[in-house]
Design a protein around this ligand. Structure first.
Ligand SMILES: [Zn+2]
Length: 741
């Protein structure tokens, strides 16, 4: 069949006949001009690749439009202009799609950059790509769950029919991003790191995530006040409780606790304003004593003025007078928002067109009582999806979004924390945080506050395996584009299209993983003497209970049942095998390995065979009991000096423990064995991860620790056996500290 306009007769209606455009394997071509911008070239590459797979025959990319062929014309160009495809009313990240005669035009705002720069970057306008993926989804039935054959759904078809149409579409949330650079290792081991990064960017494109820079954070970090003024003006810096000024240089601690400032100091306050103004009025950074302007400033229009992480209140009388004791933890609201308002209003008064970016964060989360000017962009930080299963159902964070949108009269940015490492600090690999249902639920209910031209969402995610976040982010991308979507239907479709006859089994595995993550890992709320607390479980609890070998076996059995329902070697079978290996087998290996390491008999046999040199002298079995009256101290311990331990060496701490009703009341609470080598410094200790809890018979606990060669002020190594942030009784025996290679 040749490409032609098919007139569909409407027998019963007098209305004009509907003209449909039919694309077939023989007739279809994709056209872009010889000198198309990079985003249009990339759109054409994707369009021809996917349509070729849909049709089972190569769809050509051509450089001129043949009216006899069914042509998809991509981008704005002389052809689109000639038929009146105007994109001036298309909103940011949106596109226009229009049929004219034998051609379908898809166009949006596209950056005029090279194809190479497009592949290596995500922050550039690519409206035509947005329209291209929308076409492939809506009319060709493609789905982009994750890049690679197994994550792409490409139905085979003999034709694609497009009705006569002319519409524009754009996302509800202008900002739609996640930490794709922290998205973990690629699932295909044959892909090298560089290619893995390219594929992560490709995923961002295909999910139609945001193309422009919006949210900035910690703008004050980049003004380098420490370097500029700590010698000459210590009075610009935070006055501490002990009467000294906080003068840690930004160069020494580049990412935290620097730039703790006295924001009410009149000179500093003026310097900050002049820095902002210099950038906005096109001055060079050298005019302000800087080498370069910060990446929290852009387009000579946007400037981030959020204080640094680790902010602490200045104790000077001027600052203290601004603190609002009635706002509890938000006591610095008037200070920070007052300063932000002052700068924004001064810029307006001076006729400078600019947007200052500030966050509802830390001690200035609550909106101030005074009005705020319109030239501010504000992001609200909250837990996000993972708070949806908390006792309040995530209501408190939605209340904050509501409060701010009411205050401002428009939608806001939202910064959320669904990050396994950065946010939850669960420093254990291979535990999947697959939680697509709550990602969908949260952004659905938050959508009224986030839908707008200068609003939206950023998910600060972090994980170790790419596939752990893939479905979460897929659902996020759907809701952020169109909050009216049905999340349940999107997920049902995903299981059906990806796993065919095994959809039910695979859905049950994913849902079980989500329930475990939300109920037992990130949302584990326990009652303590100071009220309910949210605690992440210990490694011990995860591998002996939450993901105990027999529980992982149940999930594996479901995967086996799923595999039995699909044809061997089929795409569905290979997808099931991929998920089994990426998720379940990893859990199983850790769980079994940990169970083996707990065996006292195994450890005793190993010691008998190896006869290690024990650095601990004079150890005797010991029992520590901590009751509710003793929780004013973080831990109770016995200590043994290790005079023979040396810097720059690795050590293994190994001991036996038996617990009776060990109940943690703080994060990482439980039974621990740790090494200290420098009591004076925070860094001079091994990170306490071994935190056995509950009631358990004798187990063997161990970990390896490296004592660094440098950076130790007062080297005094010792090993502590302790009950950390927990109540209960613990018996210790068999302590061994040995050097390992
Ligand atoms: Zn102060």
């Amino acid at each position: 069949m040749n490409g032609k306009i098919i007139a569909v007769a409407c027998a019963t209606l007098a209305a004009a006949p509907l003209a449909a455009l039919e694309f077939t394997p023989e007739s279809t071509q994709v056209a872009i001009p010889a000198k198309a911008p990079g985003p249009v070239q990339l759109a054409a590459e994707e369009m021809t690749n996917f349509l070729s797979r849909v049709f089972g025959r190569k769809v050509p990319l051509v450089r001129k439009v043949n009216p006899a062929k069914a042509t998809i014309v991509l981008g704005t160009n002389a052809w689109s202009a000639a038929v009146g495809v105007d994109i001036s009313n298309v909103r940011r990240d949106g596109y226009r799609m229009k049929t004219v005669g034998n051609a379908l035009y898809i166009a949006g705002e596209d950056a005029d950059i090279s194809l190479g720069r497009c592949r290596g970057n995500i922050l550039y306008d690519r409206g035509t790509m947005m329209g291209t993926y929308a076409f492939l989804e809506k009319y060709a039935g493609c789905r982009f769950y994750f890049p690679g054959e197994l994550g792409e759904v490409v139905p085979r078809r003999d034709s694609i029919t497009v009705p006569e149409l002319d519409f524009t579409d754009a996302p509800a949330f202008a900002e739609r991003k996640y930490s794709y650079h922290n998205a973990g290792k690629w699932y295909d081991e044959s892909v090298d790191a560089k290619e893995g990064e390219r594929l992560k960017r490709l995923n961002v494109f295909r999910l139609r995530l945001a193309a422009r820079k919006y949210i900035s954070c910690h703008g004050f970090r980049s003004f380098r006040y420490g370097r500029r003024f700590k010698e000459t003006h210590p009075e610009y810096f935070m006055l501490q409780e002990d009467g000294t000024r906080y003068l840690i240089d930004t160069e020494q601690k580049p990412y935290s606790k620097n730039c703790r400032l006295c924001f009410t100091h009149p000179e500093l306050r003026e310097i900050i304003y002049q820095d902002i103004k210099a950038y906005l009025t096109g001055q060079p950074p050298q005019s302000r004593g800087l080498d370069r302007w910060a990446n929290t400033m852009w387009d000579r229009k946007y400037v981030g003025v959020q204080p640094e992480d680790g902010w602490r209140p200045c104790q000077c009388e001027r600052c203290k007078a601004t603190y609002r004791s009635d706002l509890g933890p938000s006591f610095a609201t008037d200070l920070i928002w007052g300063m932000t308002k002052e700068y924004a209003e001064r810029l307006t008064a001076e006729g400078i067109d600019a947007i200052l970016m500030q966050s509802s964060y830390s001690a200035w989360r609550e909106p101030p009582s005074f009005d705020l000017p319109p030239n501010l962009a504000i992001d609200i930080s909250c837990t996000g999806p993972w708070a949806m299963r908390r006792p309040d159902g995530g209501k408190s964070q939605l209340a904050m979004l509501e409060k701010w949108t009411k205050k401002l009269g428009h939608a806001v940015f939202n910064w959320t924390y669904a990050g396994k490492f950065s946010c939850l600090q669960l420093d254990l690999p291979d535990i999947p945080q697959i939680t697509p249902r709550v990602w969908g639920e949260f952004y659905k209910v938050a959508a009224p506050y986030l839908s707008g031209e200068f609003a939206g969402a950023y998910g600060e995610t972090s994980t170790d395996r790419f596939l752990f976040d893939a479905l979460n982010v897929y659902v996020f991308s759907r809701v952020a584009w169109d909050p009216s979507v049905d999340v349940g239907a999107i997920l049902d479709e995903h299981y059906r299209l990806m796993y065919g006859p095994a959809a039910k089994e695979m859905q049950s595995i994913f849902e079980r993983l989500e329930d475990i993550w939300l109920g037992r890992i990130c949302g584990r709320t326990i009652m303590t003497s100071v009220g309910p607390k949210n605690l992440t479980p210990s490694e011990f609890e995860i591998w002996t209970d939450i993901y105990a070998p027999e529980k992982v076996d149940e999930l594996l059995a479901t995967a086996t049942a799923a595999a039995a329902k699909v044809a061997p070697g089929s795409l569905e079978a290979r997808r099931i095998a991929l998920m089994r290996e990426e998720i379940l087998e990893r859990l199983s290996r850790h769980s079994r390995g940990y169970a083996e390491s707990l065996s006292v008999a195994r450890e005793k046999a190993a010691r008998a065979a190896r006869r290690p040199v024990n650095l601990v002298e004079g150890f005797k079995p010991v029992t520590i009991t901590v009751d509710a009256t003793m929780t004013n101290k973080p831990f109770h311990c016995v200590k043994y000096a290790l005079p023979l331990a040396k810097q720059g060496h690795h050590y293994r701490v190994s001991f036996f423990a038996k617990g009776e009703n060990v109940r943690p009341y703080e994060r990482r609470g439980g039974v621990q064995g740790i090494l200290w080598w420098d009591e004076a410094a925070d860094a001079g200790k091994s990170f306490p991860r071994v935190g056995a809890s509950g009631s358990f018979d004798w187990v063997h606990l161990e970990r390896e620790i490296y004592i660094p060669k440098t950076g130790v002020a007062n080297f005094k190594p010792e090993v502590d056996l302790r009950v950390f942030y927990a109540t209960g009784t613990v018996h210790f025996d068999g302590l061994l500290v040995e050097e390992v290679k």
